[in-house]
Structures are given as C-alpha cells and as structure tokens.
Design a protein around this ligand. Structure first.
Ligand SMILES: [Zn+2]
Length: 150
C-alpha cells in the first residue's frame, strides 16, 4: 500500500466516523441559524451570491479574482458562490459559522454538491490530483475537531 492509499483509507475512516455523528444534539438555534443563512445569502433571490450588504461585503473580503479550487477566474466560471465546506444538509448548525464558509466558483460548487469534506478531498485526489494540496490546505481543521467533541 503506498502513501496515497493509506491517506485515502484514513480519509474514509474519518468521513465515516464524522458522518455517524451528524444530527446529534441539534437545537432549535441550529435551525434558526440555517434559516438566517438563507436570509443572509438569498434575500434578493438565489441567482447571485452576496446579495445583502453584509454578505456582499463578506464575499468581497473573502475572495480575490480566482477560485481557490480550480484557480480559474470567477468571471470565467459563472461567478462567485458561498459554499459550506461541511455541507449544510448534514451540519445545519454550521450554516452561519464563518469558519465553514468560503467563496468558490459556481462550477466547482456544483461539482462539490453535498459531499462531506473528506469525501470531497478524496474526490479531488482522484479527479484532480494537482489540486489536492490546495484543498487539503483549506480543510476546516478546527471545525472537524469540534465535531469529534460534539
Ligand atoms: Zn472553481
């Protein structure tokens, strides 16, 4: 088994472990946050990211010209979107946790879908090995740590 296989197996084991903890201890505050995020992002319709003054400013402060995943210019990839590193469907209490948000292009966002972070790292490793370093660097370590404690 080479190093890459070992890393993959560890990723799968972690994804499985974390996945089993999803939906534990959800509170009404968690769901409030989920809805607030929708409001924050989508108040003027869902066609565009950053449609409130606050979310526009946040996107501006947290992105430059290029998508951190594919490295292409946002303008050439259907624009910017706010993505949840750990998907909202699985972790609604992280909907409005800014450590969980990043700005990526629309095409990468669609491709990422509802994958768990570790699944996504695995996906990238298989399909775009040259991007893997950047994705591993963007791993939300602190959040994943809090999931273990939850
Ligand atoms: Zn991209």
């Amino acid at each position: 088994m080479d190093t890459d296989d070992k890393m993959l197996q560890e990723l799968f084991a972690l994804a499985d472990k974390v996945g089993k903890k999803q939906y534990h201890k959800l509170t009404s505050q968690d769901f409030d946050n989920y809805r607030k995020f929708d409001h924050w992002r989508y108040i003027n319709g869902d066609g565009e990211c950053g449609t409130t003054p606050e979310s526009k400013q946040w996107v501006k402060d947290n992105s430059d010209w290029n998508c951190p995943i594919c490295g292409e210019k946002f303008a050439d990839r259907d624009g910017r979107t706010i993505d949840h590193k750990l998907p909202r469907a699985q972790y609604p209490w992280l909907s409005l946790d800014f450590r969980n948000l990043w700005v990526i292009c629309r095409i990468c966002n669609q491709e990422k879908g509802e994958m768990h972070w570790y699944e996504y790292e695995h996906y990238i490793l298989i399909h775009y090995p040259d991007r893997y370093q950047d994705i591993a660097f963007a791993r939300p370590r602190k959040l994943l740590q809090t999931l273990k404690e939850r």
